[in-house]
Design a protein around this ligand. Structure first.
Ligand code: SF4
Length: 75
């Protein structure tokens, strides 16, 4: 988990992994990777998140949530 940002992936929303490479590539600061054919978060990069929300749009519905730890809230 980052110090300021936590990115969570709900794998239960990712039922069809055929586009997983496209999902992880949308992030401009490399917060995602593919591991065992599933999306995963690269924790050491989480604080680089620019809150661009491209991942929220690219991943299946509600699969990704971005949490601002410094405001204790979810975007
Ligand atoms: S909001 Fe943007 S920068 Fe942050 S994890 Fe998603 S794609 Fe990457």
């Amino acid at each position: 988990m980052g110090e300021f940002i936590e990115v969570k992936i709900d794998l239960s929303e990712c039922t069809d992994m055929s586009d997983v490479d496209k999902w992880v590539q949308v992030c401009p600061v490399n917060i995602f990777k593919v591991e065992d054919n599933q999306p995963a978060v690269i924790e050491e990069n989480e604080d680089e998140c620019t809150l661009c929300m491209l991942c929220v749009e690219a991943f299946p519905h509600d699969a990704v949530t971005i949490h601002k730890l410094y405001e204790n809230g979810m975007i």
